[in-house]
Design a protein around this ligand. Structure first.
Ligand SMILES: NC(=O)c1ccc[n+]([C@@H]2O[C@H](COP(=O)([O-])OP(=O)(O)OC[C@H]3O[C@@H](n4cnc5c(N)ncnc54)[C@H](O)[C@@H]3O)[C@@H](O)[C@H]2O)c1
Length: 306
């Protein structure tokens, strides 16, 4: 089978080396389309591929139309909002993700951003500490669990809200349970977002929740920019000079922040939560293994489309 790695933002070379080892050892052929600039390059590269590994690359109906032989696409990562799932199903393509493989990298980035902000961007001015501060984890899945672990190491007072995880599981990780988002945002000076981006969650974090946060509030978003209601965010920024926003990827309203709210935000230029060598290796190799296993045994454990 021909397995294409199609990445607008390439994997670390060491991850490619390991992906090659896994696929070639199973008798498959590996093709690479890295750092492509135009989607037409993807359309051409995918024509004769049986399987494809992507990162944040969009798998649209047009890509699937071009992929005449495609049987499986694996998103090397957790969020799979870049895959058009109904279109995958319509094209009889199995879609998978690789949950948990980059979670620690994302959790560490959340803390890297919090620490940088707490110390005034390493400007030399007096900053603040994380110890003793309240942290709310909005969704305690794979990333949220690592965030809880690190937060406890910092001596933070940790809360979580997740309607799909039982209270017992949350408590077992030493985290206090909040019954609804309102309680979480009211209690916590820091809130770290780990909800997926879907029809229910897009634009769900807005003025109503943010304004409830205590003094010197810091909202940390390593989830997706789409979950934020940016009108609400700007309204809170206008009203509350103590409010800060840290985000893994620039919001659409970045220009307003730059013009009006200097020193109150931190945005990564490109999404970089999963940009570590370790996460690249974990997610890339998991994707390769899942494809090899699917062709060998039909294993669909990580399938995300019906
Ligand atoms: N910045 C990055 O590079 C990067 C990397 C990986 C993941 N992410 C984002 O982080 C998100 C979380 O990743 P994960 O690996 O922890 O996913 P996960 O699937 O392990 O966990 C998601 C959690 O969200 C909960 N949830 C779902 N809907 C919810 C809702 N409406 N309200 C509250 N909780 C809800 C689920 O119960 C689950 O526990 C991903 O969906 C992705 O968008 C970003």
């Amino acid at each position: 089978m021909k397995i294409l790695v199609a990445t607008e933002k390439a994997f670390a070379p060491v991850a490619i080396k390991l992906i090659r080892e896994v696929t070639e050892a199973a008798g498959h052929e590996l093709a690479l389309l890295e750092n492509y600039k135009n989607v037409s390059e993807l359309h051409s590269a995918v024509t004769d591929s049986d399987a494809m590994i992507v990162r944040s690359d969009l798998v649209t109906p047009e890509v699937l139309d071009a992929a005449k032989k495609l049987k499986i696409v694996v998103r090397a990562g957790a969020g799979y909002d870049n895959l058009d799932l109904p279109a995958c199903t319509a094209h009889k393509v199995v879609a998978m993700n690789t949950p948990g493989q980059n979670s620690n990298a994302v959790a560490e980035l959340a803390f890297e951003m919090m620490l940088f902000q707490a110390r005034g961007g390493f400007s030399g001015k007096s900053g603040t500490e994380l110890r003793g501060k309240t942290l709310g984890i909005h969704a305690i899945g794979n990333v949220g669990k690592y965030v809880a672990e690190i937060a406890k190491g910092f001596g933070m007072d940790v809360y979580a809200y997740d309607p799909f995880v039982t209270d017992d599981v949350i408590k077992a990780s030493g985290v206090k349970v909040c019954k609804n988002p309102e309680e979480l945002y009211s209690k916590c000076q820091y809130v770290s977002l780990h909800i997926p981006a879907n029809d229910k969650t897009k634009k769900s974090i807005g003025y109503g929740l943010m304004k409830k946060m205590p003094k010197d509030a810091v909202l940390v978003n390593t989830a997706r920019k789409e979950v934020i209601d940016e009108d609400g965010l700007l309204k809170v920024f206008e009203e509350r000079p103590d409010f800060k926003y840290l985000s893994d990827v620039e919001p659409d309203c970045k220009a307003v922040f730059e013009e009006k709210y200097k020193n109150r935000f931190l945005f990564t230029m490109k999404k970089m939560g999963a940009q570590t060598e370790e996460a690249n290796i974990n997610a890339g190799v998991a994707a390769a293994r899942q494809i090899v296993d699917y062709f060998k045994t039909g294993n669909e454990k990580f399938r995300v489309n019906k």
